[in-house]
Design a protein around this ligand. Structure first.
Ligand SMILES: [Zn+2]
Length: 265
């Protein structure tokens, strides 16, 4: 791809840029080369983070974005690189076990935005009166916490470990990630209940494309409705499979001579 490829769109973000020191993101759709790397990544073929792979599509480094904004830009990439191919979400019915597939039109997905008066740091005061300053989680935090967790636990960590390290990453406080993680783990800063309260408060600032959807089981006579199916713009979903493209897109075919003028037919 040429460096001077034109930008295709200037995006407004669900955060309205309040968390950043820049106020503009320009984007272009994924090139054939980027799509190839995304496919390789989805198949476990590269150690790169998605944000590094799609970097050529952005005028800024997408690792700076909050996760909500990043998902929003990924949805834009998906929509503008593969038009008319909806996101196919698969879910297994917990009642009858039927494997359902649901097509989701990204164009119509609800977008949650941050409050107009949002700014960082965010001061959260727990019910026992402890004030805890945080900022929103960024893509680069995800890259850093994954590396840290791998190093510290050699791949043997639980969801609770991950949640605590994520909280350490967004805690606005001096020290390395390891220092902040150790301080939180000691319990001297926040009690177990404080931690849950802080996480609940942060969850209210979730923004970007709505993370869950509702769908009804298609198995005859079942009719179970699931109302919190996770919709994540993960890598494998960022690039539809060749089967999905064939299912939703029908290219036109004609045979014969080069078409010269409308009067031929
Ligand atoms: Zn069912």
């Amino acid at each position: 791809m040429s460096e001077n490829t034109q930008w295709e769109a200037r995006l407004d973000l669900p955060s309205h840029f309040a968390p950043y020191d820049f106020d503009e993101v320009q984007m272009r759709s994924m090139s054939v080369g980027v799509v190839k790397q995304v496919r390789a990544y989805a198949n476990g073929g590269t150690n790169k983070h998605l944000a590094e792979i799609v970097r050529p599509c952005y005028s800024i480094d997408p690792a700076q974005l909050t996760l909500g904004d990043f998902w929003y830009t990924l949805a834009w990439l998906r929509l503008n690189t593969f038009s008319n191919v909806p996101l196919v979400v698969e879910w297994e019915c917990p009642v009858c076990g039927h494997k359902n597939t649901e097509s989701l039109d990204l164009q119509g997905i609800p977008i949650d935005e941050l409050p107009d008066d949002f700014q960082e740091p965010i001061y959260i005061t727990t019910s026992r009166g402890v004030e805890f300053p945080v900022r929103l989680y960024r893509v680069r935090d995800e890259i850093a916490t994954e590396k840290y967790l791998e190093r510290k636990y050699k791949g043997e960590y639980t969801a609770a470990d991950e949640q605590l390290v994520d909280l350490a990453a967004v805690w606005v406080h001096d020290g390395t990630l390891a220092d902040k993680h150790a301080a939180l783990e000691s319990g001297d800063v926040l009690s177990p209940q404080d931690i849950e309260e802080v996480r609940a408060a942060l969850a209210t600032l979730r923004h970007g494309p709505r993370a869950t959807m509702t769908s009804t089981c298609k198995e005859r006579d079942c009719g179970y409705t699931a109302d919190a199916i996770p919709v994540r713009f993960q890598l494998q979903r960022l690039v539809p499979s060749p089967e999905e493209i064939r299912r939703f897109a029908a290219p036109a075919i004609r045979f014969g001579a080069v078409r010269e003028s409308a009067s031929d037919g």
